[in-house]
Design a protein around this ligand. Structure first.
Ligand SMILES: Cc1ncc(COP(=O)(O)O)c(C=O)c1O
Length: 377
């Protein structure tokens, strides 16, 4: 419908505080290299999530890559990864020429199934690391996954790109693994336009990540290099945006939760619609609210997406599982149960979609979206 306001899936929400940090950097002619905003953003983010060290990087993907390197992954090593996630979770396994093995999701949380992970370790006890994502902001069963990793001596990497602010059993997500990763890309709960953070209690590891991310330059007067390096550091301007944004994280989380609750209420009487699950052991940031349509419904997720698009409302499919991607066709996939004749992740992908979850949605916007969907059923 032309002329109606566009409703976005999840667009940046600036709070006005970012500009002060950017202006300060301009005034001091310190937009690069690194600088006060980078140092402070690392400290502030680490304090917020409750961990000792953080390295601000140019992307969550860069943070995942360095986490894989820190885990000691070398060519040919087996690394387990969530299957139902975005490709950035597991692509760094290929950067290091290691072998991904994908672990199916569980219906309870849509995240890595601890049972399937256990099964995977029976088959590959030598696996070096496990990358577990907290999908759409819902925490995985992180304590169980962490216990299984410990049992088999594998390094746990938590991809908390989507779950900044989510809490599980009293602890923030992102700090359960030896290394945790956050993303500040444009659609995340807080954004720096683009950026990421690697967090850990491993001080040496974070120092090493900073070294690798600034071209692995040895501490000598001339340019000396013993190891391959990367240009992965965050700029002082970008970090200024992050410092401002971080101050709104709690408020944005409450707004995202309100959006989720509004959808729950709107669809509670429609038997064909189910909301994405929350983990009862935790509190999700509800980065994206999603639904699945019950098997047998004559409406398909594509129908809902097309209808919303015709009303100038953005939505998107559920991530297509990695075990179904042509890039990862040759990789092993471990599943312990099936739903509707396919793996759990594939079933969620087939039947699901992500609804607009923009913090700036007004009550009228929410009503508009909900009514359009209600009318379809
Ligand atoms: C689960 C997940 N992992 C990793 C990333 C990568 O983060 P970035 O875009 O900051 O590289 C994203 C988002 O883009 C994501 O959703």
């Amino acid at each position: 419908m032309t002329g109606t306001k566009r409703i976005y899936l999840s667009s940046p929400t600036l709070n006005g505080k970012e500009i002060g940090y950017i202006e300060e950097a301009f005034r001091e002619n310190w937009i690069a290299p690194l600088g006060k905003n980078v140092d402070e953003f690392e400290k502030e983010l680490a304090a917020y999530v409750g961990i000792n060290y953080a390295a601000a990087l140019c992307a969550g993907t860069a943070a995942l890559h360095l986490a894989v390197k820190l885990a000691g992954v070398t060519p040919g090593d087996i690394v387990f990864s969530s299957s139902l996630t975005f490709a950035a979770t597991c692509n760094p396994i290929l950067y290091e020429k290691a072998k991904p093995v994908f672990i199916d999701a569980e219906p309870d949380t849509w995240n890595m199934s601890p049972e399937a992970l256990h099964e995977a370790f029976q088959k590959y006890p030598q696996a070096k690391a496990v990358i577990v994502a907290n999908l759409y902001g819902t925490p995985a069963k992180l304590d169980e996954i962490s216990r299984i990793c410990d049992e088999y001596g594998a390094v746990m990497i938590e991809d908390a790109a989507e779950s900044l602010g989510s809490v599980y059993r009293g602890k923030q997500t992102g700090i359960y693994g030896k290394y945790g990763v956050f993303s500040f890309n444009g659609n995340k709960i807080i954004t720096t336009s683009g950026g990421g953070m690697l967090v850990s209690n491993d001080e040496e590891g974070i120092k090493k990540a900073r070294f690798w991310s600034t071209q692995s330059r040895e501490p000598m007067r001339h340019y000396e290099h013993k190891e391959v390096g990367y240009n992965y550091r965050m700029s002082n301007i970008v970090a200024g945006i992050g410092r401002g944004q971080l101050q709104s994280l709690e408020e944005y989380k409450r707004k995202k939760q309100k959006i989720y609750n509004s959808y729950c209420k709107a669809f509670e009487k429609i038997e064909e619609i189910r909301m994405n699950p929350l983990n009862p052991g935790g509190e999700a940031n509800n980065w994206l609210s999603c639904i699945t349509l019950e098997k047998g419904s004559c409406i398909r997720p594509e129908d809902v997406m097309e209808k919303l698009e015709s009303e100038n409302i953005e939505s998107r499919p559920i991530w297509k599982p990695m075990n179904l991607q042509p890039l990862y066709r040759e990789c092993d996939f471990i599943q312990v149960e099936s739903r509707n004749g396919v793996s759990v992740g594939e079933d969620i992908f087939n039947r699901g979609l992500c609804l607009p979850s923009d913090i700036k949605n007004t009550e009228d916007d929410m009503e508009r979206i909900e009514e359009i969907i209600q009318e379809m059923f």
